[in-house]
Design a protein around this ligand. Structure first.
Ligand SMILES: [Zn+2]
Length: 243
């Protein structure tokens, strides 16, 4: 009998996700992995490529909690869990960074030039694979600590990005934040990576580090995994509806 992988895929994934969640907690942000780029070239032609970006890294910490915990490590932790979930499910994943680094070209000097080079390299990966789906993971902050909740930003460069953002936004409402009434937002060129991406692209602001309650959750590993699973749900729904 031919095994119907598609039919049982959800079941298999649930089992694998449970088994994997324990292992995934063991990631350490201090792990150094020189392989910034994960080659997708060895994969078979039919696999769907997902490009994942964890915002900031290295000298660029991004925003931070009141206690000074930087966004970059939270983004990385969520991205690593999401990467593994996507791979378990059979997607081909390319990451902009898999450790605490900035990915500027060697030989580039000066913080400003290094930041430009870093963003150009991330964008090059977002646009390298014509049928890829791209997601950039960030955390938000604001001067008034009362604001909380995830919000998705999408680019106008690809007509599918708005629907991609809406699906992820509703996954957050469904899985984690039933009271979240935020609407998805069209981004401008200040969100460089998202704005200039030709593929369906979303920048996920997963929550506000300026809100003490949300910051406490976002710095917790099991909540980070729930966020990763929510992003996974969104990506998967988007791709399934697209077929
Ligand atoms: Zn950020």
């Amino acid at each position: 009998m031919k095994f119907n992988y598609k039919k049982y895929r959800n079941l298999i994934f649930s089992a694998l996700a449970v088994a994997a969640s324990a292992a995934m907690i063991k990631y350490s942000m201090t792990q150094i992995d020189d392989a910034v780029y994960v080659s997708a070239s060895q994969s078979d032609d039919n696999s769907q490529i997902i490009v994942l970006d964890s915002g900031h890294g290295g000298m660029d910490g991004g925003c931070s909690t009141a206690d000074g915990i930087p966004e970059k490590g939270i983004n990385l932790s969520i991205m690593l869990s999401l990467r593994d979930m996507c791979r378990l499910y059979g997607y081909d994943v390319v990451c902009t960074r898999e450790s605490d680094v900035s990915i500027y070209d060697s030989g580039v000097t000066g913080i400003r030039n290094q930041k430009i080079s870093d963003m150009e390299n991330r964008l090059e990966l977002f646009n390298r694979y014509p049928d890829a789906v791209c997601l950039s993971i960030h955390q938000n902050n604001y001067t008034d600590p009362k604001y909380s909740g995830a919000q998705m930003f999408y680019s106008g460069a690809n007509s599918e990005s708005e629907r991609f953002a809406a699906i992820i936004q509703s996954a957050f409402v469904q899985n984690l934040q039933p009271d979240n009434t935020r609407e998805t937002k069209l981004c401008g060129d200040e969100l460089y990576l998202c704005y200039y991406c030709d593929n369906p692209a979303v920048m996920a602001e997963c929550g506000f580090l300026s809100n003490p309650d949300e910051a406490a959750k976002l710095t917790d590993e099991s909540y980070q995994q729930s966020v990763a699973f929510t992003l996974f749900t969104g990506i998967n729904t988007f791709l399934n509806e697209r077929k």
